[in-house]
Design a protein around this ligand. Structure first.
Ligand SMILES: [Zn+2]
Length: 128
């Protein structure tokens, strides 16, 4: 007796026709899935998008602080460069304020339109 069980492609979620041992629609889906897994194994699409956003935020902060340890910039400049304030990796209370980090570089809101960007002590190779 034949059993009919709908199986879904592990990559795109489409219903798989034919052979019951199929896991992907085609080679394109197989390759795409393996590429994603290699870059970030076990992460959902949303988790990956947060990771990309964090990485982008970190690049924006590094692009303004450059080789300094700290600088003050306009909030608008960060936004124009694609910074999304909603995403940060962790926060720390430092010097009477909250510093939001994107991994090893962070920022503090110092006034309405001004942001202080600073590298973490760990990012500078100084561990406390
Ligand atoms: Zn597919």
């Amino acid at each position: 007796m034949e059993t009919f069980q709908k199986r879904l492609c592990k990559c795109c979620g489409d219903i798989l026709p034919g052979r019951s041992d199929k896991v992907f629609c085609d080679d394109r889906c197989r390759n795409e899935h393996h590429n994603k897994q290699r870059k970030a194994p076990g992460l959902s699409e949303y988790a990956r998008s947060v990771q990309r956003c964090l990485a982008k935020n970190r690049r924006v902060l590094l692009s303004v602080v450059r080789n300094r340890t700290t600088c003050v910039v306009d909030r608008d400049l960060l936004i124009r460069r694609g910074f999304v304030f909603e995403f940060y990796s962790h926060q720390r209370h430092e010097g009477g304020g909250v510093v939001f980090f994107c991994l090893d570089v962070g920022y503090r809101i110092i006034s309405e339109g001004k942001i202080k960007v600073l590298r973490s002590k760990e990012g500078l190779g100084i561990f406390m």
